[in-house]
Design a protein around this ligand. Structure first.
Ligand SMILES: *Cc1c(COP(=O)(O)O)cnc(C)c1O
Length: 404
């Protein structure tokens, strides 16, 4: 047995790098959509580990999938393949537009692979000039150097030395700006079907359609970053399935592993064929533990009951949030889709998403922000309706305290 030491929040500042600022309470246990902290206080979790805990905490089926695999095989690297990875790849391909799958461990890594593949495809098929990536202002694609460069939030990319070249940002949902930016030098257009970190803003169907047409006209790839919007989050397996626009490459992470770190990049056969032996890799990517858990997540989420349940829960949350909006004047609208929702703060409450988050926490409720002006929620896709009612009651108390 390793020796255990008592730890608390003050240890964070002593031994952890200061790049995060976690709240005071430290959760130690979770079950469904509830969490308990070191003092035994209970919380309703509408944050879902930032859209990750798709089936809540300690879902018995995921515990079973993980522990069964843990007794068999943990890791073999990619010099060997493994059964869970092959099964999961089959199921992802069968459920989507994709023919081929590349596994990674995080959203940023899946995007890194997607952007490298797009550039490699363009390089091989059209030559070195075709390397420009067009992405959206305010978009978020991860925190590696390539992904912060493609991401449209300069605060995440500045101050790290010379920026990556060949990346252009255009305003989201602006067809004319996209049309003006795409050229024969464009290798990929990268879009989040719902901007998550950027404020929970859905793409207009017409925008996605225009992006597809522009990509086709200029022989560029359309890349959808569904790291946050994917795996049932919006009530379809992937958000693109709400419309008719199909990408060439799609990235998925967060809910894919239900809390176990795993990500995937999906692509069509013609594009995927350019990721030949030796072009890219990851030691852990496609590891049996992650794939076994994700396979079970997919089996559960990609069912009519769970996906329809997302829409029902969305309805309950929208109604509850709008009732609070009317009572307190804190929110003006609720946007997003399925269980990725953003309550937009009113004029008088601009910049106060963090206050709402902190006050909710003191009332036993975990929510997220998406920028300073949006309260975001991304709960378990199977959160019991009674937990939603309790969450709304606690938010009511928190807002009552804030409004004073
Ligand atoms: C969270 C997120 C990422 C980054 O995922 P990590 O697992 O944190 O690397 C990328 N794209 C989108 C849309 C995200 O929401």
């Amino acid at each position: 047995m390793s020796q255990s030491i008592q730890v608390g929040r003050s240890d964070y500042d002593r031994v952890m790098m200061p790049n995060y600022a976690p709240v005071q309470m430290i959760p130690v246990r979770g079950e469904g959509s509830r969490l308990w902290d070191q003092q035994g206080r209970e919380y309703v979790d509408l944050a879902g580990g930032i859209a990750v805990n798709a089936l809540g905490h300690a879902h018995p089926q995921l515990v079973e999938a993980l522990t069964a695999q843990a007794g068999l095989l943990w890791h073999v690297s990619n010099i060997l393949t493994n059964e869970p990875a092959l099964r999961l790849a089959h199921k992802l391909a069968a459920a989507t537009f994709a023919d081929k799958v590349f596994f990674a461990n995080s959203g940023a890594e899946a995007n890194e692979a997607a952007f490298k593949l797009a550039r490699r495809w363009a390089h091989n098929t059209h030559g070195a000039d075709k390397h420009e990536i067009i992405a959206c202002t305010n978009s978020f694609h991860g925190r590696t150097l390539f992904t912060v460069s493609v991401g449209g939030q300069p605060k995440y990319s500045q101050g790290f030395g010379p920026a990556l070249q060949g990346i252009t940002h255009v305003p989201y949902n602006d067809v004319d700006a996209l049309r003006a930016a795409v050229s024969s030098r464009t290798c990929a257009v990268v879009i989040e079907p719902i901007q998550g970190e950027g404020g929970v803003i859905p793409a207009d169907p017409a925008y996605l359609q225009a992006a597809r047409e522009l990509c086709d006209a200029h022989q560029a790839l359309l890349v959808f970053d569904e790291v946050q919007s994917g795996m049932g989050r919006t009530g379809k397996l992937y958000a693109y399935m709400h419309g008719n626009v199909v990408p060439d490459i799609l990235t998925t992470a967060k809910s894919l592993g239900g809390g176990f770190p795993i990500a995937a990049m999906l692509a069509t056969e013609t594009v995927a064929s350019h990721l030949e032996v030796g072009t890219h890799g990851s030691t852990y990517g496609g590891n049996p533990l992650g794939c076994a858990v994700a396979e079970r997540v997919l089996d559960i989420v990609n069912t009519p009951e769970v996906l329809a349940g997302v829409a029902e829960r969305e309805q309950q949350l929208r109604e509850g949030l709008m009732a609070l909006a009317t009572r307190y004047g804190v929110f003006t609208s609720v946007r997003g889709k399925g269980l990725l929702l953003g309550a937009v703060l009113s004029e008088a409450w601009q910049g106060r998403a963090k206050d709402i988050q902190a006050t909710a926490e003191r009332h036993g409720l975990l929510v997220l922000q998406a920028g300073p002006n949006v309260m975001r929620i991304a709960p378990s896709l199977v959160i019991p309706q009674a937990d939603i009612s309790e969450a709304l009651a606690r938010l009511d108390q928190a807002l009552a305290e804030l409004v004073g």
